[in-house]
Design a protein around this ligand. Structure first.
Ligand code: ASP
Length: 440
């Protein structure tokens, strides 16, 4: 069995839902994971934040305006009167629930319940649409089997047991539709796998059922070799290894949730990235194979903070780095890049929630400099650190100021830290030097 995940734009219009129907209705049995319709999760985030700031009137207005959009979609999507009435009732129930949330005291639990409504709506509507079109489909409730544990990692054993049960009790169907993103937490409350988490749902489900393949359908022809928002002439990459894909997803290639490949990597279950708007395009195949060496792709991640920790006490001393790392550990702040010299260490963090406290503690052992608005530009490819073409990367040094460089941490990644204001120029120059594409 295959698992196919469709993102927000794939279920964001009636035309696209029709495309999805033709893609999935090929006679093969499958599980289809859906995101919320595009824009919905952002709207729900905004509603939750209005409740948090006690702007209740605005929260109610936003709920009502989102409800209106859904009423229009239901009316256009469904022509079968019975199904239309069923879906309209369900949609009203979900929106009444959102209105009730507006009068609750804000908490993370309330926010998570609000955020879960998008996937509940999209799957219910889409399943009714499939039934109207004569497709043999059934809904599987993700909240019956998707669960995370106390450290927010997927509870694979629970998911396996409960998904198998759900499949047993659900009437036999060709296509099972389920919600991406949402899950239960360790206490059985509604939670989620973080923004963009439907991809992760798909690979967790894929691993649990030992799928033949997981397909992630978006609105672009696979993972590109540079960021198409800033660079012209980027190309889809036909093959990536799990390692390469994981690095790219983490370092900013927006097409995949960073943890997507983790659940399927150990079993070598391939992940194929496809385009709902252009199904014949071959997309990107992520698998255990390293097809070729050399630089394959470039991605950039913004909102990085660099911290320089300088201390005479580092000179020929041991234990200094341990003290530094302990401070980051206390504040549960992951470090991304790190470079050291004999008297200083520079590192970067993505999550700056506890930056002030971290800096305060670091100042007790060293002199600290903080640079915000930095970007990590990451180059990925199998064995790039040894590849004969990699020297071309350093041509960039004559054009752009580089704050840090990380080379050799893994064979498949070279990372540069630059000021965000130089990001577009850096991506374009790298395209020119490495892929010989002049884009300016
Ligand atoms: N709907 C959620 C989001 O917008 C999850 C997803 O689409 O993957 O982040």
């Amino acid at each position: 069995m295959k698992v196919l995940k469709f993102g927000g734009t794939s279920v964001g219009s009636i035309e696209n839902m029709n495309n999805v129907k033709s893609i999935i209705n090929d006679g093969d049995k499958k599980i289809v994971v859906l995101s919320a319709m595009s824009g919905t999760t952002n709207a729900l985030v905004s509603i939750a934040s209005k409740i948090e700031t006690e702007s209740i009137k605005e929260a109610i207005e936003e709920v009502e305006s989102l409800h209106k959009k859904y009423v229009i979609v239901v009316n256009e999507l469904l022509t079968d009167e019975d199904l239309k009435a069923q879906v309209a009732t369900y949609v009203s129930e979900r929106f009444n629930f959102l209105l009730e949330c507006a009068s609750k005291v804000f908490s993370i639990e309330v926010e998570n319940e609000i955020l879960a409504q998008g996937e509940l709506l999209s799957t219910f509507m889409f399943n009714a649409f499939l039934q109207q079109e004569g497709v043999n489909s059934q809904l599987l409730a993700a909240l019956d089997f998707m669960k995370i544990d106390a450290v927010k990692e997927p509870d694979v054993d629970y998911t396996k047991e409960h998904l198998n049960k759900a499949l047993e009790v659900t009437p036999e169907a060709e296509i099972y539709i389920t919600q991406g993103f949402i899950c239960l937490d360790d206490n059985g409350a509604i939670s989620n796998l973080q923004r963009g988490g439907s991809d992760y749902t798909a690979t967790i489900v894929g691993a649990v059922i030992q799928a033949e393949e997981v397909q992630i359908w978006t609105d672009i022809d696979g993972m590109h070799n540079n960021d198409p928002r800033f660079v012209e002439g980027t190309q889809p990459i036909s093959n990536l290894s799990f390692d390469e894909a994981a690095e790219l997803a983490y370092f900013g290639a927006k097409i995949l949730h960073p943890q997507t490949v983790l659940p399927v990597r150990a079993d070598g279950i391939p992940v194929r990235l496809k385009n709902t708007m252009n199904p014949p395009a071959s997309g990107t195949l992520i698998s255990s194979n390293h097809v070729e060496n050399g630089i394959k792709a470039i991605a950039a991640k913004d909102n990085i903070t660099a911290i320089k920790i300088k201390s005479g006490r580092m000179l020929q001393a041991h234990g200094f780095l341990r003290k530094v790392f302990e401070i980051f550990e206390v504040y549960e702040t992951p470090i991304d890049m790190i470079t050291t010299s004999e008297v200083a260490v520079s590192l970067t963090i993505d999550d700056d929630k506890n930056l002030d406290k971290i800096v305060e503690e670091l100042q007790t052992i060293a002199t600290i400099e903080v640079d915000r608005k930095q970007s990590i530009v990451c180059l990925v490819g199998h064995s790039i650190v040894n590849h004969e073409e990699t020297f071309k990367l350093f041509q960039i040094l004559k054009d752009v100021k580089i704050r840090m460089i990380s080379y050799g941490g893994s064979r498949n990644n070279i990372s540069l830290l630059i000021d965000t204001q130089n990001k577009i120029e850096t991506l374009q120059k790298l395209n020119e030097y490495l892929f010989e594409l002049v884009t300016l």
